[in-house]
Design a protein around this ligand. Structure first.
Ligand code: SAM
Length: 285
């Protein structure tokens, strides 16, 4: 009895602007697979044309992803290899593909990454902000009240914050960053790998002023990077919410040392300064 071996889903990163960034392995895989599942087949057709390829394609986007799972899985079971691509960069990173990959992995299928361009990694690699720990947040909500709420929740994180943003909302987002996070160092990476690639640095207010002077600076695609909250623990323990947390833990009979450890874990900052603050707040008997 002949047994067909199962196909593989290759998750292939494609350029974010500069076609030279397509890796040799990515190009080979796109030529060898039986089918390419593409976020927008018209967009990917241009890339294939550039590579001199005519691999068959099928659309896979947010609105049909769940329905495509069965269809693609049948092809894998029949032994066909498939490539998953998005319009730009790495699939699943603020792009479709998560449902497909999760489902196929749950079914024990082979899913193989073919790494390459990704706007957030490219931006961080050249921004000069700390990269040892960062918090990628994709796109902030479009609704102003939800956006501010989300920023409030991120306010105390000591990690570098990374967002994707479109030209339609870049100004509004910078305004909210200024209002909610206050004076922080920002780096704005615009049009990465393209002709008008720019890195701008400064406070949100300074960047807004720059866009006022030169409206071109508000055009294109953006990665917004924001330095994390002061991690020396001096500012963080002083906030009203932090004090409330410390007081609540101490009132429950949690020791000063454990209170400091919980606060440092939840809110960031150094244990030593949390310890000093908790010690000062400890109710006297
Ligand atoms: N999957 C992609 C990746 O790996 O980066 C991201 C896709 S997401 C739908 C598109 C967003 O990524 C843009 O709105 C922008 O924030 C960011 N982005 C993509 N290409 C970019 C570029 N060349 N320069 C700056 N930001 C870019």
């Amino acid at each position: 009895m002949s047994r067909i071996s199962m196909g593989t889903l290759y998750v292939v990163a494609t350029p974010i602007g500069n076609l030279e960034d397509l890796g040799a392995r990515a190009a080979r895989v796109l030529g060898e697979v039986a089918l390419i599942a593409a976020e927008d087949t018209r967009h990917t057709r241009q890339l294939l044309r550039h590579l001199g390829l005519a691999t068959p394609m099928l659309s896979l986007h947010d609105h049909n992803e769940a329905a495509r799972v069965e269809q693609l899985d049948v092809r894998l079971v029949e032994g066909d290899d498939i490539a998953l691509v998005s319009d730009a960069g790495t699939p699943l990173i603020s792009d479709p593909g998560f449902v497909l990959v999760r489902e196929l992995r749950a079914r024990g299928r082979r899913v193989v990454p073919v790494p390459g361009p990704c706007a957030l990694v490219a931006a961080l690699s050249a921004a000069g902000l700390p990269t040892d720990r960062f918090l990628f947040h994709g796109f902030l909500p479009a609704k102003p009240s939800s956006r501010r709420q989300r920023l409030e929740a991120l306010k105390r994180h000591a990690e570098t914050l990374v967002f994707y943003e479109s030209p339609h909302r870049i100004r509004a987002t910078l305004e909210d960053l200024q209002v909610v996070l206050g004076e922080r160092r920002l780096v704005l990476a615009r049009e990465l790998t393209k002709t008008f690639e720019t890195f701008l640095e400064g406070t949100a207010l300074a960047l807004l002023a720059r866009m006022e002077d030169d409206p071109d600076q508000a055009r294109g695609e953006f990665v917004v990077m924001v330095s994390g909250a002061e991690s020396n623990g001096v500012d963080v323990p002083g906030s009203v919410e932090a004090e409330a947390l410390l007081e609540a833990l101490l009132a429950e009979g949690v020791g000063v040392k454990q209170t400091a450890a919980v606060a440092a874990r939840l809110l960031g900052g150094g244990k030593k300064s949390w310890y000093e603050r908790a010690q000062a707040l400890k109710p006297s008997r």
